[in-house]
Design a protein around this ligand. Structure first.
Ligand code: FES
Length: 102
């Protein structure tokens, strides 16, 4: 469905996981672009109805690309560069509030 405009064979490959599934992407691509390039469109579910959402604007406006990255929720996948070893997960509903110790 999606195909990068960059040369298909070029660039350093980076390994990452999405919901535990090992995948690879190109250095310099964003998390959202890497998911789309791997055929993954659904990256979050809405808090109210649980409707699936996919990256839409790819420029930080729509917030439909929210994912959990290395345990931190509400990360905009279209604004975060892919890094080696990233653990990316579907965001289900709202980000879990972090416990405040004190
Ligand atoms: S795809 Fe719209 S904010 Fe990321």
């Amino acid at each position: 469905m999606f195909r990068s405009m960059r040369d298909a064979g070029g660039g350093t490959r980076l390994s990452f996981t999405f919901d535990g599934r090992p995948l690879s992407g190109r250095e310099g691509d964003t998390v959202a672009a890497s998911l789309l390039a791997n055929g993954i469109a659904i990256c979050r579910e809405t808090p109210v109805s649980g409707a699936p959402r996919a990256p839409y604007c790819l420029m930080g406006v729509c917030f439909d690309c929210l994912v959990v990255i290395d345990g931190v929720g509400n990360r905009q996948g279209c604004l975060v560069p892919l890094r080696e070893g990233m653990r990316i997960e579907t965001q289900h509903g709202r980000r879990q509030a972090e416990e405040v110790l004190g």
